[in-house]
Design a protein around this ligand. Sequence first.
Ligand code: SAM
Length: 292
Amino acid sequence: MTDELPSLREQLDAHGLSAKKSFGQHFLLDLNVTRKIVRLAGPFEGRPVIEVGPGPGGLTRALLESDAGRVVLVEKDPRFVPLLSDLDDGSGRLTIVEGDALNVREDQLVEGPAHLVSNLPYNVGTPLLIKWLTGPWTPHALTLMFQKEVAERVVARPGEDAYGRLAVIAQAVAEARLVMHLPAAAFTPPPKVASAVVHLVPRSDRPEKPLLKALERVTAAAFGQRRKMLRSSLKQLGGARLCDEAGINPEDRAEVIDLAGFLRLARATVGQARPTPPETPEGPTLARRKRS
Ligand code: SAM
């Protein structure tokens, strides 16, 4: 069916549309590329797919050719809605939602396990990823195009320059793999930087909300001062004592601590929720003094 449609470029011209920088618009107009991304994202086996930021619909066309069940589009730029409506064959398979993906409730768009596929607007790529990884709705799998530097930060391992908060949080929740690189020239208009696609599958043993919150606090403190030893960067959370409890060398820096180590630190902060011992008239208790 999509073969009978005019090319994406012809459709953009027919609707008088061009890319707007404020919406982070860099389009993929080569259907060979969008089909490849959809192959990497699937198989969908009839499950619904949410596509964020369909723009002119290159990925949408490939999704409609695939084994996806319903295809639900969330597009913030209202100019694209008439063009996207041209893809609707009236079968009820395609739903177009005009709105901001940061605010939509995905559980109200789809029922049961659903995939997320997107060539993300770069300006909101990281907040959207955090929403999907730590928010109330969990996708079945996510296949997301980021600027290369962000993609590398998602999949980075301890000791790598790109390793930081995003890697620890993303990998605590999901198995993350970088599955495709794309040069800037693949997009219209080309962005300043290269891009890459990351495929994430949420883990069955992902941390519960309170532990995830603790992990966010620990990684924010540890990587907030990444050049410092953990005994000082984590001082507010317990410093050397916390490291001891978690079996971590307090003289290590955040960049060498693996996911398991950060999870132990996070668990130790949750276990710490005991009331602080009262101060004696002579000064802080031994427990307080040891901590400093
Ligand atoms: N999927 C299209 C493609 O590959 O050619 C367009 C990708 S373009 C990088 C990003 C798209 O996201 C644009 O269509 C833009 O209007 C849309 N967008 C930007 N911010 C958005 C938001 N907060 N919520 C939903 N869509 C958004």
